[in-house]
Design a protein around this ligand. Structure first.
Ligand code: A2P
Length: 296
């Protein structure tokens, strides 16, 4: 069960990766170093998070061979377009301090400018053909975006990284990904988006405090976060929990010594409220395009 996940082009990933969304740059290098010493071998960042340089620094400080770590990053929408996205790769690679990026994905579709999204994806295809990246993919793509992409491009994305936790399971996206041969990757896999300040109103409930998950966690003498990560793993999704706390970093990868039953998996699936915590990919806010990604 602790098997690596195999992408549609043969590249493999460990089931649990390490996320650094909202990790302050000054905390990121230490968090990445802690994660690598705890056993993580896949780090997910993004140009838009502003901490790629510190991710690279954490990897180098860990002393772990570059070849043993999967580095995933994302191109931000203001860098979409063919030449712009080729340049975005150069910026990210230089900040990370690497020649090759393992997994490079588009951060989100730009529904109002899907032509630019397509040009950006064609640049990823070029980078793949040139060996600058080992795999390419997308994030926050809904099934109709995948369908539109398929009609205009050659390479099937290796992953689609989407909001996915017990309160928002997106079965339609998981089905479409599976039909296309795309690995579904869960962002906010333990539901950080259900309690992050500034991302919703007071009616939100943290999935970390869910009663069903608490009951299952008690049965296995594990924590709610571990139960959710095990649920992702047994359903063969990639998950990238974020933490800057050393004890929680270690806890989130300590999920290989128990197994959820089919009934427990179904009970967690049944918690879906079909209400997203993050932005709707069909309505991305033009003000987000104003974020520019600095040169390396
Ligand atoms: P912290 O960085 O202080 O640990 P997600 O990856 O689903 O978005 O969740 C990230 C959020 O969950 C962060 O606020 C993180 O805070 C917190 N977190 C990470 N791991 C755990 C854990 N094992 N138990 C409780 N909270 C956690």
């Amino acid at each position: 069960m602790n098997d690596r996940l195999t992408l549609n082009n043969g590249v493999t990933l460990p089931p649990i990766g390490f996320g650094v969304f909202q990790s302050a740059p000054e905390e990121t290098a230490a968090a990445v170093e802690t994660a690598l010493s705890a056993g993580y071998r896949h780090i997910d960042t993004a140009a838009g998070y502003g901490n790629e340089r510190e991710v690279g620094e954490g990897i180098r400080r860990s002393g772990i061979d570059r070849g043993d770590v999967i580095i995933e990053t994302k191109v931000w929408v203001s860098d979409y377009g063919f030449d712009e996205t080729l340049h975005a790769f150069e910026k990210s690679a230089a900040k990370l301090g690497v020649e090759q990026i393992d997994l490079l994905i588009l951060h989100q579709p730009m529904p109002q400018h899907f032509d630019r999204t397509i040009q950006a994806y064609r640049a990823l295809e070029q980078l793949l053909a040139d060996g600058r990246v080992r795999a390419i993919g997308v994030s926050n793509f809904m099934p109709h975006h995948l369908e539109d992409l398929r009609k205009q491009t050659e390479v099937v994305p290796a992953v689609n990284q989407v909001e996915l936790h017990p309160y928002f399971t997106q079965p339609n996206v998981q089905r479409a990904d599976a039909d296309f041969g795309i690995l579904t990757q869960a962002w906010s896999p333990i539901g950080g988006i259900t309690f992050y300040p500034g991302w919703g109103d007071d009616t939100r409930r943290s999935v970390l405090e869910d009663d069903t998950i608490a009951r299952i966690a008690k049965t296995h003498s594990k924590t709610p976060a571990q139960v959710m990560l095990r649920w992702h793993m047994q359903q063969r999704r990639s998950a990238i929990p974020k933490s800057t706390n050393p004890a929680r970093i270690a806890q989130n990868i300590d999920i290989f010594d128990f197994e959820l039953s089919a009934d427990e998996l179904a009970a967690i699936d049944g918690l879906d409220r079909a209400v997203r915590g993050g932005p709707d990919p069909d309505e991305n806010d033009p003000s987000t395009w104003e974020l520019t990604i600095p040169e390396a």
